[in-house]
Design a protein around this ligand. Sequence first.
Ligand SMILES: [Zn+2]
Length: 60
Amino acid sequence: MKEYACGDVVPGCGAVFRVDGEDEMLALCTVHAQHDHGLTEPQMPDDLISRIRAVIRTTA
Ligand SMILES: [Zn+2]
């Protein structure tokens, strides 16, 4: 399982996601960013994706 706490990248956001794979995680984060963080692009910018990848944890 992969775990991502959005607060690690966006201070103050309490959203935490747990999914099976990193690609799924990024897809989920994109939707979350569009709904909750005002992302208007169909995709997150590369620098944001890098920051998210850096803090995704692998859990049992
Ligand atoms: Zn968030």
